[in-house]
Design a protein around this ligand. Structure first.
Ligand code: ZN
Length: 176
């Protein structure tokens, strides 16, 4: 059983990963554009220094695109689902039994960012929380966020930034 704190870590990692494509003030800056930059990004997001091979970089980019497509389509993208399963098949785990209340899935290749991310996604799905991962409805923003609203109706990654902007624009359009 996963604790809430663990989940929050999973959410933060998944969001950082999805937004590594360059959103908001980092618009146009892909943190996975090359192995060196990707390794810096993973160190800041995962708290681990990692040397990324070009193959691992390709897999990370593939995983990110698959997840973005699955979020955008509400999991109605067979190619993306196939890519996710393909990436996951390269991420073997062992089960660690920590007591009669707790198990942990541990990546066989300890510290592999790809395995950690795949496990994070699996944990969110298993907990029925994946459909809270969304893209901001502001087209220019499109940042990925986690909808913590009770009815899962949040549309903006930040109401202050994107919600207000769009409501003002809609208001102006109505009164034009
Ligand atoms: Zn936004």
């Amino acid at each position: 059983m996963e604790s809430t704190e663990k989940w929050n870590e999973s959410i933060e990692r998944v969001l950082a990963f999805l937004n590594s494509r360059g959103v908001g003030f980092e618009k146009g800056v892909d943190r996975l554009r090359n192995a060196e930059e990707a390794s810096r990004f993973l160190a800041s997001a995962f708290g681990k220094q990692a040397v990324i091979s070009s193959r691992a970089l390709g897999e990370l980019r593939r995983l990110r695109q698959a997840l973005l497509d699955l979020v955008a389509t509400g999991w109605h993208d067979e190619a993306a689902a196939g890519a996710l399963n393909e990436v996951a098949s390269h991420s073997p785990y062992t089960i660690a039994f920590r007591g009669d209340q707790e198990i942990a899935l541990q990546p066989v290749h300890e510290g592999a960012a790809l395995s950690v991310l795949v496990r994070d996604v699996a944990a969110l799905i298993d907990a029925g929380q994946w459909n809270r991962v969304k893209h901001c409805s502001d087209q220019a923003c499109s940042a990925s966020f986690f909808d913590r609203s009770r009815n899962k109706t949040q549309r903006w990654h930040s109401f202050e930034i994107c919600g207000n902007k769009n409501n003002v624009a809609a208001h102006r359009a109505r009164h034009a």
